[in-house]
Ligand binder design. Structure first.
Ligand code: NDP
Length: 452
């Protein structure tokens, strides 16, 4: 019998923490978990899940016009935010219950409170109780951050969006990353007049230029006022809204302003530095490939480590941690070739290297096609989609795949398997097309559009 209260104490009940606690407990390990907010973390409570439900809600806006073009006699009605929000929160309550039950039914002891570190084997709960554990797993996640500027407190972040009393008539979104672009599309679909300021030359920095260019074009086509090379200088409350001064000299009024300017790991006031834990520039816990920190008994997974901030990655890191520490089988997490989707309208699904990143490494061939898909083209829409492969000239391997299309998230999950397996362009070519689909183009592109 060990001298510790538990074999494992997990701080944080989000995707990574809950998964690690559950699978560790299934191995017969004595596990406790502390969560100061709601179980399920960012993904379930204020991220992926409510966001995707809002994506679904907003996509119905275009359905009526499209259905009419197909002969249906439909009339668009108004969107009832209060009704949707009530159902949304009921669903989140249900999911939180599932997360709590997962822990309970696997014998994980939970503490609905904040926990901080006292020493390499001891945590302190908010009420002063101390608990010891052989291993401690930090899984506190991250939170949205606002840049410092006059009036920043008047703006909201993605955390607040699910709780709005009413949808604003107009909204300014600052930023050009996943969250800014997704919410610009969602709110635009729900009927909000959306303006987006992004300080750089093109949104979704780091993704393939051609793919993000098309997303930006479609966003504008759908009515989003996208101002590139523009940032916000200050905000102040005015009788009729929030007055925003922009770097381009504009002064405009908006009902609401949202910062989507990045996230920071939740490592403040946790007692981490005092223990000798190393934190990175963004405040993230620095860990090795086994998610072990500089203090051997303390590990960290998920957004608190600021590696690849995606739910499925946090889950993998949590499982690999359990396998390493309690399975006696050191298991590094493979962060290479992670497929991901940006739920803009249209979506972007992507895996591997952008054309720009790949051609810096070795000579490549680019296969790319952009076209109006059958379903929306029939209804008279100008919407275009894009399918693109970045292929190594030397090995013929597909180094990157970029899809901009409705359902691109679903497509990239499947293309991702082939690419992760090391598929070559010729493997794609010898796969018979599924006709008529959009994604068949991914196996029918015969000649490169360019080499680089
Ligand atoms: P990102 O880091 O992706 O984007 C932050 C954006 O804010 C960038 O465009 C950045 O500009 C801009 N920015 C940063 N600081 C400032 C500033 N001071 N003034 C103006 N603009 C600024 O963060 P997000 O918050 O969008 O998303 C965080 C992470 O969450 C993502 O990286 C992703 O890992 C994850 N996520 C995943 C989703 C998915 O899988 N679909 C959905 C949502 C989030 P610049 O480019 O110039 O640095």
């Amino acid at each position: 019998m060990s001298d510790f209260d538990y074999d494992l104490f997990v701080i944080g009940g989000g995707s990574g923490g809950v998964r690690a606690a559950r699978v560790a407990a299934q191995r017969g390990v004595r596990v406790a978990l502390a969560e100061e907010d709601r179980y399920g973390g960012t993904c379930v409570i204020r991220g992926c899940v409510p966001k995707k439900l809002m994506v679904f809600a907003s996509e119905y806006a275009g359905v009526v016009d499209e259905a009419r073009a197909y002969g249906w006699d439909l009339q668009a009605g108004a969107f009832d935010w209060t009704k949707f929000r009530t159902s949304l929160h009921a669903e989140l309550d249900r999911l939180e219950g599932i997360y709590r039950n997962l822990l309970k039914s696997n014998g994980v002891e939970t503490f609905d409170t904040r926990a901080t570190l006292v020493d390499p084997h001891t945590v302190e709960l908010a009420d002063g109780r101390r608990k010891t554990a052989k291993h401690i797993l930090l899984a506190m996640g991250g939170r949205p951050v606002k840049p410092e500027m006059p009036g920043a407190e008047l703006a909201i972040t993605s955390n607040d969006i699910f709780h709005l009393d009413a949808l604003p008539k107009s909204m300014l979104i600052i930023g050009g990353g996943y969250i800014a672009c997704e919410f610009a599309c969602i709110l635009n679909g729900l009927g909000v007049e959306v303006t987006q300021y992004y300080r750089g030359a093109q949104v979704l920095r780091g993704f393939d230029d051609e793919a993000r260019g098309l997303v930006a074009e479609e966003m504008q086509q759908n009515g989003i006022r996208l101002h590139l090379g523009t940032n916000i200088l200050s905000l102040e409350r005015d009788k009729s809204g929030l007055r925003v001064k922009a770097t381009n000299g504009d002064e405009e009024l908006f009902d609401q302003v949202m910062f989507a300017t990045g996230r920071a790991p939740n490592t403040e006031n946790m007692g981490l530095e005092a223990l000798g834990l190393e934190l990175g520039r963004n405040g993230q816990v620095l860990v090795d490939k086994y998610s072990q920190s500089a203090v051997p008994s303390i590990y960290a997974v998920g957004d608190v480590t600021d590696r690849v901030n995606l739910t499925p990655v946090a889950i993998r890191e949590g499982m690999a941690f359990v396998e390493t520490v309690f399975g006696g089988n050191p298991t590094p997490v493979d962060h290479d070739l992670i497929p991901t989707a940006i739920f803009t309208q249209p979506e972007m699904g992507t895996i591997g290297l952008s054309e720009e990143a790949a051609r810096d490494i070795e000579p490549v061939e680019i296969y790319c096609t952009s076209f109006k898909p059958m379903q929306t083209a029939f209804a008279g829409s100008k919407q275009r989609v894009l399918m693109k492969l970045v292929v190594s000239q030397a090995t013929r391997r597909v180094m990157g795949c970029h899809i901009v299309a409705p359902g691109a998230g679903e497509m990239i999950q499947l293309a991702g398997i082939a690419i992760k397996m090391g598929a070559t362009k010729e493997d794609f070519d010898r796969t018979v097309a599924v006709h008529p689909t959009m994604s068949e183009e991914i196996v029918t592109m015969k000649s490169p559009v360019r080499t680089a």
